[in-house]
Design a protein around this ligand. Sequence first.
Ligand code: HEM
Length: 139
Amino acid sequence: MSFEEIFDDSYKRALNTERDGNDFFESFYDHFLSGQKEIAKRFVNTDMVVQQSMLKKSFYSLFAFYASGQTDDSIRKIAEKHNRNNLDIRPEFYDRWLECLITIVSQYDDEFSEDVELAWRLVMTPGITYMKFKYDKDS
Ligand code: HEM
């Protein structure tokens, strides 16, 4: 099985799982916001239900970038929105973002394994690299 297929299957399992009444994206943000005050304060005025659905949609952009090796409007807009001049999301925040995501996948995917973890890291990393790279560009 390719890493794309492993990712796809794992993501489907994660989306179909609930833990303590919370779905995958709710738990991701609970975890992501619980560790660092600097991250949590960025979301004080955010409607987290909307935010969860935005992130869900943007997963397709990350996946498309991994699969095609080409940027599209969607990932370009997300990167611009997060850059120094807009949301000012510093590159190191993305490392925590990815570690939190892997933790939540391990809780939501019953078939979590080393290959599953690697598949998620491989699929997410090009998009994260692009967003970090664009942090101080276009200014
Ligand atoms: C690859 C990783 C990430 C993806 C795909 C992503 C995706 C998104 C998307 C799609 C939006 C909505 C954009 C819009 O309103 O047009 C958003 C907003 C936001 N993101 Fe991210 N994000 C990522 C990483 C991060 C990180 C690491 C932080 C760190 C704190 C962060 C903080 C925020 C904030 C503060 C908002 C605005 C919330 C609001 O509207 O109040 N994001 N993100």
